[in-house]
Design a protein around this ligand. Structure first.
Ligand code: AMP
Ligand code: MG
Length: 352
C-alpha cells in the first residue's frame, strides 16, 4: 500500500503460513465450559507492509485455525488488488489501462473498496480523495529531498486529482476512468477494508468472538467469552513528544465494530522546522501540519479507516459535521498538545 513502508515478504500465496505470535504457545488461554474448552488462538501474518494479527476464541481449534488461514488468504487477495507497491496489482493495472472508452469489469473487492472511497470523498468534500496518487508520489520525492514541492510541481500533480473522473456502476460491476494519468491510491482505506473482509470470512465459518488488527486498523466481533467488552489500548499521541505525556487510552468496546487511527506519530517529516504528515490535504497538495492524530470508531473497518484519514485533513468543526453523516461513527481528535481529546459523536466505551 502506498501509505506503508516498503512491502515485507508475505507468506505463500495460496496458503498463508500461520505464524504464532511471538513464538508463544497456540493455547494462550483456556476457559472450560460445558461443551469443552474455549481456546484463545492468536496468529500473525505479514501483508500490506504490516503485520496482521488475529485473536479468536473457539472450542474447536482446528476449525479456528482453518478460518484464520482463510482470513489471511483474503487479506493477501486484497493486497493483490489494492497495492500501490505492486505494479501488477489490479488497481495499478486499471489505472494504466485508462482512460477507458468503455466501462471495465473489475473484481468484487475493487468495486466495493473504490465505491466506498469515492463515497467518502464526496461526503468529505474531497478531504479524503483516492485520486491523490500523483500528489502522494510528489510528496514522497520531496520528503526524500527534504524540501517542499514547488508550485509548478503541485499544479502538474493536481491536474488529475478529483473523483469525478471515476465512473462506477455497482450493478454492472464496472469502473470507467474518464481521463488519462489518473493514479488511484487506496492507502487510506484498504487496510481497514481488509480487516473487515477478514472478519466476515471468519464469521461465515462460525467464529464470532474475534479481533483482527492490521497495524492500527482493527475490526472486532463479539468480545471474549465471559467478558463484556474488548479492552483495547489506543496510543494515538505516542509521538506527540511536545506534550511529553505519551498518552495511552484504555477503551472498553462492548459493541462490535472497527477502530482506526490516523496521524503522524510514526510518519512525518520536518522541513524548515515544521512538521508535516504523510496524509495530504488535496487542496494544498502538502502534508497536514502536525502533530496530529485521530481515532475513529465505525461499524466497519473501511469506514473507520477512510474517516480517520479524512478527519486528519478537516478542521474540528468540519469534522463534527462530517462524522454526523456516518451513523454509529465517532472520533477522538488529538490536536492539542495537552493530550486531551476532542470527542466527536458518541465514542463507545470512552469515559465522558
Ligand atoms: P491512513 O494511514 O489510513 O491515514 O492513510 C494514509 C495514506 O493514504 C497515505 O500514505 C496515502 O497513501 C493516502 N493519502 C494521503 N492523503 C490522503 C487523502 N487526503 N485522501 C486519501 N488518501 C490519502
Ligand atoms: Mg485511513
Amino acid at each position: 500500500m502506498s501509505h506503508l513502508a516498503a512491502p515485507v515478504q508475505i507468506s505463500k500465496r495460496c496458503l498463508p503460513r500461520l505464524e504464532r505470535c511471538g513464538g508463544s504457545l497456540l493455547l494462550l488461554l483456556t476457559i472450560f465450559g460445558c461443551q469443552g474448552p474455549v481456546q484463545k488462538v492468536q496468529f500473525d501474518h505479514a501483508a500490506m507492509g504490516t503485520r496482521f494479527r488475529i485473536v479468536a476464541y473457539h472450542r474447536n481449534d482446528g476449525q479456528v485455525e482453518e478460518a484464520i488461514q482463510h482470513a489471511f488468504e483474503a487479506i493477501d487477495d486484497i493486497e493483490d488488488i489494492c497495492s500501490d507497491w505492486k505494479s501488477d496489482s489490479e488497481i495499478r493495472r486499471l489505472c494504466r489501462s485508462g482512460p477507458h472508452s468503455e466501462p471495465v469489469q473489475v473484481s468484487r473487492h475493487l468495486l466495493e473498496v473504490l465505491s466506498r472511497a469515492v463515497e467518502v470523498s464526496r461526503i468529505s468534500d474531497g478531504a479524503f480523495d483516492p485520486t491523490v496518487g500523483p500528489l502522494v508520489r510528489l510528496w514522497r520525492r520531496c520528503q526524500r529531498a527534504g524540501r517542499l514541492p514547488s508550485s509548478q510541481e503541485l499544479e502538474r500533480a493536481r491536474e488529475t486529482v478529483g473523483v469525478d473522473s471515476i465512473s462506477i456502476n455497482k450493478i454492472a460491476g464496472t469502473v470507467q476512468l474518464l481521463r488519462s494519468g489518473l493514479e488511484i491510491d487506496l492507502g487510506g482505506i484498504a487496510k481497514g477494508y481488509a480487516v473487515e473482509v477478514a472478519r466476515k470470512v471468519m464469521e461465515a465459518e462460525g467464529i464470532s468472538s474475534l479481533l483482527i488488527d492490521g497495524g492500527g486498523d482493527i475490526s472486532f466481533g463479539k468480545p471474549p467469552p465471559h467478558e463484556r467488552s474488548w479492552k483495547l489500548e489506543v496510543q494515538p499521541t505516542g509521538n506527540l513528544q511536545d506534550s511529553g505525556n505519551g498518552m495511552r487510552l484504555r477503551i472498553n468496546f462492548t459493541s462490535e465494530g472497527a477502530v482506526a487511527t490516523s496521524g503522524d506519530a510514526t510518519r512525518f517529516i520536518e522541513i524548515e522546522g515544521k512538521r508535516y504528515s504523510h496524509i495530504l490535504d488535496p487542496v494544498t497538495g502538502i502534508g497536514v501540519p502536525g502533530p496530529h492524530a485521530v481515532t475513529v470508531f465505525a461499524r466497519d473497518g473501511a469506514t473507520a479507516d477512510a474517516l480517520a484519514t479524512a478527519i486528519s485533513v478537516l478542521s474540528p468543526d468540519e469534522a463534527a459535521i462530517f462524522i454526523g453523516r456516518f451513523p454509529g461513527s465517532a472520533a477522538l481528535l488529538f490536536n492539542s498538545v495537552d493530550g486531551r481529546p476532542l470527542i466527536l459523536g458518541d465514542f463507545p466505551g470512552y469515559p465522558r
